[in-house]
Design a protein around this ligand. Structure first.
Ligand code: FES
Length: 129
């Protein structure tokens, strides 16, 4: 099942949008490096609307007291309801990578961005166990 999300020019780096693929709500994100990511837009906690979430670069503690540095290549989507944070590349919960949102395949086809349901992949934590 495939769904046209929007025109490629309508989703810039650091932006997200919502679509529906069949019965599944999907958040489509264009990361700051231009890559596209699709995740089920329903939070694992209590079903919050992730398409209303905030997108930002993940920060990790630095060496100094109160110092935080950006974790390169890790952008986070934060649920607007209670703050669960997800790695947009994997769908994994930042605080517990064994929990993961289903990823939805998204890509550019000509001038359009499309989302498509494909079989789920195992979580990185499960694959390394
Ligand atoms: S519903 Fe998303 S953090 Fe609670």
């Amino acid at each position: 099942m495939k769904q046209v999300v929007c025109r490629t020019s309508e989703l810039g780096p650091g932006e997200l949008t919502r679509t529906q693929v069949g019965p599944i709500p999907v958040v489509v994100i264009r990361a700051s490096d231009g890559t596209l990511h699709g995740l089920v837009a329903k939070c694992l906690h209590q079903g919050g609307p992730l398409d209303k979430g905030k997108l930002y670069e993940h920060m990790t503690p630095g060496l100094g007291l109160g110092e935080y540095i950006p974790q390169e290549g890790c952008e986070v989507l934060k649920c607007p309801w209670h703050g669960y944070e997800y790695d947009i590349r994997t769908g994994c919960v930042i605080a517990d990578p064994s929990r993961r949102l289903q990823q939805i395949a998204v890509r550019e086809e000509g001038e359009e961005i499309v989302a498509e349901l494909v079989p789920p992949t195992p979580s990185p934590a499960a694959a390394s166990a």
